[in-house]
Design a protein around this ligand. Sequence first.
Ligand code: MLT
Length: 397
Amino acid sequence: MKINRNYRSLGKDYLFSEIARRVAAYKEEHPEANVIRLGIGDVTQPICPFIMDAMKQAAQDETRPETFCGYGPEQGYPFLRGALQKYYEGFGVELSADEIFVSDGAKSDLGNFLDLLDRDNRVLIPDPVYPVYRDTNLMDGRKILYMRSDRDNAFLPMPDPEAEADVIYLCSPNNPTGAAYTREQLSKWVEYANLREAVILFDAAYESFIEDPEVPHSIFEIPGARTCAAEFCSLSKTAGFTGIRCGYTVVPKELRREGESLRDMWLRRQTTKFNGVSYPVQRAAAAVFTPQGRQGCEQNRRIYKENARIISETLNRLGIWHVGGKNSPYIWMECPGGMTSWEFFDDLLHRAQVVGTPGSGFGANGEGFFRLTAFGTPEGTREAMERLSRCYGKERA
Ligand code: MLT
């Protein structure tokens, strides 16, 4: 048996596993330390009870012969796909139910979708980037072209007509930088992709944090996107489903390459390799889109947005350059005192007992930057910012 040698081109650990390992080592040495975690983007606020009541009810359904469900419909139950159709209508986007695929989250589908793509495709990825796009393509041995995302382009790289990309990853609002494309900027990407017959894999996992009316929630708000894009979304950050697991992928019928419908290919792939999301989880997911569910999610989002405001205000006071935090739960800051990303990670952990994510873990251009998440608790976030001010305030004065 021969192994997939492409794994040799991956880093030793997935970024967030490496961070967890370093934090665990620190905790072992300092068991008394009150470590505040603003690293991985995991939510802290409990899920709205109305949503979980729908899940409890669905669990009860499984105990009665008249409501028991076995295997569900392959793309997801109509009650959830219908709710998603209505949600998209709110952005002015018409989808047919069979273009929506319910999944266990955006991360899995972003990786799984690569089953549809030949290994010879050239993949255009921004740097810094959510490591899943890079690592899943490295696993398959695809050639990656990196586009520079930096302070000069406000961490929103635009298409280079010379770049010969077949597959393009865009994430807006962006993980890790928090920057978000406007409608006009995204239109340029759609135009470029259609011209090249490339496909955009659009990660919209943070769309519910958008405040700016100029920033689209879905790439399908852009004319022409149906012929060049698939969209991946998740309820992890919208509804606190990081542990419950539910997402959805939209593949329009017009998305065709070499005479094949990518929507049909995705259905074929999913029906072979995936048996769907459990009925109780889909019931809970549908409850997210009811007025009560939306209100519950909004309450939590307000808490995270206030955290983002506090982080941003603290960094402003300390004179630390940063972006994000407005249409996004992530704040992307420059490391103080010219430290590298991992130096600052260690410094912050040892001096302030605060965990963030080193920018270089997201790519070479992330070096010298650092990501903080607004998903902490309000108390933890306030305390973390007080510690940050104590540790780095004087250095900069
Ligand atoms: C992150 O911290 O970047 C995210 O939580 C990771 C994820 O959503 O998989």
